[in-house]
Design a protein around this ligand. Structure first.
Ligand code: GAP
Length: 572
């Protein structure tokens, strides 16, 4: 599986989907640039999402808000105080990791703890650090890149991660030493020599200020040199606060703070939604699996505002709607699933959350969260600004509204219609980069032609998502076919489809295979017969079947094929 994922990443690099950012300078960990094909794939996923949630409905409008977000907005939303992950450092390897994702300790058959170093030299270095700094006199041995630590007893912690311990054996009958064990070890090495966990805010902080804030930090520190570290920190924070801004960690807050503007200018009343697509930023402790977890990523978020008594209904509605969207573009729907959050996992604002997950080569991973945010966000912004976010429900009677919502399980139906209420929010929050990665994994197929050659790759992307829709191919070495090829390409380009003309000196079969590898659903071949009767062939990526049509028909035929997927889904 890992090999297949490496092959996919290699394809992405070779064929212009993804590049390491600033590669000529050695690259930046976790930062990626999207090449010509990556841009198209990402844009096509986004367009499908936007079409479905904005253009095909009359109850959702779009918005594009600022990435730079003032401190008070994110203080009110709870992100300044609560948007944290726990962080642990390994005293031995110096790795930093999230304990909630870390594995339990592994013991060998004698109950001892193997620590796996990258190589023999590192194992010897770590042995010395253990002996001199971490746990002097602990009984251990080194075999190749493995350090074996002798453990007398390992007590597992309780459900809260407390009261676990490891008792170590010592040389020369010295009294054994006990260390706390919270149920996890450093993921790469199985090392249990860890710091306590501490919360770590994930937001990128910066300063909107013409004066270098570092100067103010230095001056404040010098002025308070006699004070304790905590006091200096507080004074520095107070100094910087007026110019502190954050790169937004989710696009949603931009939607909430504009709620009243949209209601007023677009004449909307619940139920209605606001859609936004844009970049978000998180100082992630662990960057992993290519574009799966990066500090800079794009989100497609829909905040759907409803009355409190319709919230459960719409939570169910959006869970289904969003899951169906994922399945509609999938080759292997069995690799997508929904998973409800436990109360421990839930974000600080949510009263219910269901993730959509994809079975990546390393296991199930979240690609979207559908959350019932209740009235939390709007209420917080009302509390902090006095904003007028309440809805006065003047229109249809409650029972009509309930019927309109088309459900029998409306919760919290008040017996008296309230004059005013704060809308609840049902949110669908989907990572665009993760969507791209999931669909690439889903589409990646290795086909063995049975000819003794290594298998070739076919990306079976949904044609609506495929970066290049059509490759037009005149037969090799026949310049008289070029003009018709260009004409066909022009009609396809005018439809807004990314179309290329492939006239390299490669056999037609090889050119087909090169396009199969990047997911091009249709290749149009211009041959001798084309000059006689104006027909060309359209070859299908997945079946290899070819149909011959008049060249002027190509765009209609392809339009029909693309719209078929779209129309089928609309009937659902
Ligand atoms: N507004 C709600 C919200 O942001 P979230 O579960 O934290 O919820 C939503 O994020 C989605 O954003 C995730 O399901 C994932 O697809 C994407 N996402 C979150 N952090 C990411 C990261 N560091 N890199 C790439 N995608 C990320």
């Amino acid at each position: 599986m890992a090999q297949k994922f490496r092959a996919l990443l290699d394809l992405c690099r070779r064929r212009g989907f993804l590049y390491q950012s600033a590669e000529i300078y050695g690259g930046l960990r976790g930062a990626y640039d999207y090449g010509p094909l990556g841009v198209e794939l990402k844009k096509n996923i986004l367009n499908s999402w936007w079409r479905r949630h904005v253009y095909y409905r009359d109850d959702v409008v779009g918005l594009d808000t600022s990435i730079i977000t003032p401190h008070p907005v994110l203080k009110a939303s709870g992100h300044v105080d609560e948007f944290t992950d726990l962080l642990v450092d390994c005293n031995l390897t110096k790795e930093r990791f999230r304990p909630d994702k870390a594995p339990e300790i592994k013991l060998d058959k004698h109950g001892n703890i193997p620590i796996i170093a990258p190589d023999k030299t590192t194992a010897l270095e770590w042995k010395e650090i253990l002996e001199k700094q971490i746990i002097p006199n602990v009984k251990m041995s080194v075999e190749g890149n493995r350090i074996l630590i002798y453990a007398k007893e390992v007590n597992l912690p309780d459900a809260d991660g407390q009261n676990g311990s490891i008792t170590f054996e010592m040389w020369n009958e010295q009294p054994s030493v006990q260390l706390a064990y919270h149920g996890y070890v450093e993921p790469n090495t199985n090392s249990p020599f860890l710091t306590d966990s501490r919360p770590f805010n994930l937001m990128f902080k910066t300063f909107l200020d013409p004066i270098d804030p570092i100067e103010r930090v230095i001056q404040t520190t010098l002025d308070n040199a006699e004070q304790s570290k905590a006091t200096i920190r507080q004074t520095v924070d107070d100094q910087l606060k007026p110019s502190t801004v954050f790169l937004r960690p989710e696009t949603a807050q931009g939607v909430f703070v504009n709620f009243e503007q949209i209601v007023r200018t677009m004449k909307k009343t619940p139920p209605f939604g606001i859609a936004q697509v844009g970049k978000s930023f998180r100082n992630e402790i662990r960057l992993e699996h290519g574009i799966f977890r990066t500090p800079e990523f794009e989100q497609m978020e829909l905040e759907y505002f409803v009355s409190p008594w319709e919230a459960t209904h719409y939570f169910e509605y959006w869970r289904k709607e969003r899951y169906n969207w994922w399945l509609e573009h999938a080759c292997h729907p069995e690799n997508f699933r929904q998973r409800d959050h436990t109360s421990k996992e839930m974000a600080h604002y949510a009263t219910g959350c269901t993730d959509v997950e994809y079975l990546f080569p390393w296991g199930w991973g979240e690609i979207e969260g559908v959350a019932h945010r209740g009235g939390y966000d709007l209420a917080q912004h009302i509390k902090n600004t006095g904003a007028n976010f309440e809805i006065t429900d003047a229109n249809p009677s409650l029972s009509e509204r309930v019927q309109k919502a088309g459900n029998g399980n409306v919760d919290l139906i008040p017996t008296e219609k309230p004059a005013k209420y704060i809308p609840n929010v049902i949110e669908s929050s989907c990572g665009l980069n993760r969507a791209m990665l999931a669909y690439l994994c889903d589409a990646f197929h290795e086909v063995d032609e049975g000819n003794g050659k290594p298998p070739r790759t076919v990306l079976r992307l949904d044609p609506r998502l495929a970066p290049i829709k059509c490759a037009v191919m005149p037969l090799v070495g026949k310049p008289e076919l070029n003009s018709l090829s260009e004409k066909v390409a022009k009609t396809l380009r005018r439809k807004g489809w990314y179309t290329v003309v492939e006239s390299q000196k490669l056999k037609i079969g090889k050119r087909y295979y090169r396009h199969d590898e990047i997911g091009t659903p249709w290749c149009v071949t211009v041959d001798y017969q084309s000059l006689e009767d104006d027909t060309v062939t359209i070859r299908d990526r997945d079946t290899g079947n070819q149909e011959r049509v008049h060249w002027k028909e190509v765009n209609h035929v392809i339009d029909g094929k693309l719209m078929k997927g779209e129309a089928d889904n609309l009937l659902v």
